[in-house]
Design a protein around this ligand. Structure first.
Ligand code: GLC
Ligand code: CA
Length: 563
């Protein structure tokens, strides 16, 4: 049973095909190129790939504007290449999840072209129309400052259509049973071609009521259960990972009280508080966010991330907190986006400081959930703020010192490769870091290996341990007779801290360091005292390293009996 829930304790890696590796030299990444890079991903140790949209698309929103759900954009390859790719992943024990973008289509999709052609067309009700400009047209934009409204007049249709995102992304009428049936069919199609699940785009909008008369959209959570039910009949261990930046109060609506809705959700709440913690050296709001997002069904899991392909959305912090993060990580106006976030990559945000990068990664790997790495962050790639909006953090992968960073033989890559400054490909690339035992890449590989050796994080219960020092975050996990403990110093100064492990008797006496020889023995009534260097972190196994871990086979029963 536990082994079937592969997503509970993995390491995910997110990449976009178009900017990863170009095999045929046209300047656009493709499946053949990705296939050649699977050994790299295998070597890195990731357990699943989240592949961003690759279906035919006009490409006005990096593929999130799909014009055919059942195909591969010819620039990336063919359906045949796609199946070779999923097969290649399976051969290496790597699972694949793909984006499911069904809140909207591209306006070039044949459904929309049919829908706009006449009020009687077959697909008219697949979209959301109004005869007059709705009063709410200036509300609810996802991209404020760039997107002017949520309703746009269409000349051909002689009507207004609803679009939560850009005006070339008409919203599907997801309450229409025909649309719902089509969504299932799309999932069924890709499952058949070897994927293990979906990263579902914009979930709160997909399930919300839509229409000119809808004042306050209402989420129809039942839809989530039907999606999951269908998926699991088709393939028992397939998952849905929801993109839903929602308040902790509604988490359980998405997971389902009986664990019958989404398998995974990105933890946006922890993400924002994590950046606040790193900006302020105050771990208390983060500890609160961990507590607020603790309740979840045993079979559900959080996706833990630092940066993704979008802006770092700080919309749920208080204004004062947000200002602290802006000041520290994105002080210039052009580093900020949509009045709520920062559009930079991780490394430049952290000043390229290796200590802070390791701290950030160590936190991501040891907070409750499954870490999701953004491609290029494993080598500390930078951004190009000359590119518009979120494109600044979507530049091609930097493979080597060859022209265009080894991404393409073409001199016109689809997005410019970063070729100057400290983050240029000549300095930051995979080939160079692979050879350097102390590189970020090799550090990341080792931390991924160690993360996989502590399933307690994915499966266990956690306790934030009191240290009386806000700059220190200490967390213990317990699972099946074993405990692990992680200590992080968020401050730029060294800190001395002491704490009790919090286990009965002598259990917490020895802390065995998993990353160095620096172990800890309790003194003074069971207390440990540590000195952590600036931005220091420690991974400990509690008890001893008797290599026969005292692990139980099942939970709950015989808790008080020796094995
Ligand atoms: C999600 C994606 C984002 C995209 C939007 C519209 O928020 O993460 O990149 O622009 O949906 O599909
Ligand atoms: Ca290509």
């Amino acid at each position: 049973m536990i082994d079937d829930l592969w997503y509970k304790n993995g390491v995910f890696y997110c990449l976009s095909i178009g900017t990863y590796m170009d095999a045929n030299g046209d300047g656009i990444g493709d499946f053949k190129g990705l296939l050649r890079r699977l050994d790299y991903l295998h070597g890195l140790g990731v357990t699943a790939i989240w592949l961003m949209p690759f279906q035919p698309s006009p490409g006005k929103d990096d593929g999130y504007d799909i014009s055919d759900y059942y195909g591969v954009d010819p620039r990336y390859g063919t359906l045949g290449d796609f199946v070779e790719f999923t097969h290649g992943c399976r051969q290496r024990g790597i699972r694949v999840i793909i984006d499911l973008v069904v809140n909207h289509t591209s306006d070039a999709h044949p459904w929309f072209r049919d829908a706009r052609s006449s009020p009687d067309s077959q697909h008219r009700d697949w979209y959301v129309w109004a005869d007059k400009k709705p009063a709410s047209a200036n509300k609810g934009m996802v991209f404020p400052g760039v997107q002017k409204s949520t309703w746009t007049h269409d000349k051909e249709a002689k009507a207004w259509f609803f679009h939560r995102f850009y005006d070339f992304q008409p919203d599907l009428n997801t309450s229409n049973p025909y649309v719902q049936a089509e969504i299932l069919k799309i999932m069924g199609f890709w499952i058949q071609l070897g994927v293990s699940g979906f990263r579902m785009d914009a979930v709160p909008f997909v399930i919300s009521t839509k229409g000119a008369k809808v004042r306050t959209p209402v989420e129809q959570y039942d839809m989530l259960r039907s999606l999951r039910e269908f998926l699991q009949w088709r393939q028992g261990n397939a998952i849905i990972l929801a993109e839903a930046n929602v308040l902790p109060e509604t988490d359980m609506e998405y997971f389902g009280k009986d664990g019958d809705r989404m398998h995974m959700m990105f933890n946006f709440h922890v993400n924002q508080n994590l950046f606040y913690a790193m900006a302020s050296a105050d771990s208390r709001p983060l500890a609160k966010a961990l507590a607020a997002t603790e309740p979840r069904p045993a079979s559900a899991q959080w996706g833990l991330f630092l940066r993704n392909h979008d802006e770092l959305d700080l919309g749920r912090l208080t204004k004062a907190q947000r200002e602290v993060v802006f000041k520290r990580f994105g002080p210039d106006k052009d580093m900020q986006l949509y009045d709520r976030g920062i559009r930079r990559r991780l490394a430049p945000m952290l000043g390229g400081d290796r200590r802070r990068l390791e701290l950030a990664y160590s936190l991501m790997c040891t907070l409750p959930g499954t870490p999701v790495i953004r491609y290029g962050d494993e080598i500390g790639m930078g951004d190009n703020l000359d590119l518009p909006e979120r494109n600044c953090a979507r530049t091609p992968m930097q493979w080597s010192m060859e022209p265009q960073g080894g991404f393409t033989k073409s001199d016109k890559p689809c997005s410019p490769v970063i070729d100057n400054g400290p983050y240029g490909y000549e300095h930051i690339n995979v080939a160079k870091q692979r050879r350097d035992p102390n590189s970020m890449l090799n550090w990341t590989e080792r931390i991924i290996r160690m993360r996989k050796e502590v399933p307690e994080i994915g499966w266990g219960d956690f306790h934030v341990i009191a240290t009386r020092d806000p700059a220190i975050l200490a967390i213990r996990y317990d699972w099946r007779n074993n405990s692990v403990l992680f200590v992080h110093n968020l401050d730029e100064k060294p800190r001395e801290t002491s704490f009790s492990v919090g286990l009965a008797g002598d259990e917490g006496k020895h802390l065995i360091n998993l990353l160095s020889e620096d172990h800890s023995e309790a003194i003074d009534r069971g207390k440990h005292t540590l000195t952590l260097e600036a931005y220091g972190y420690r991974w400990y196994r509690v008890g001893g390293l008797d290599y026969l871990l005292k692990r139980r086979d099942i939970d709950g029963v015989n808790a008080n009996h020796p094995e």
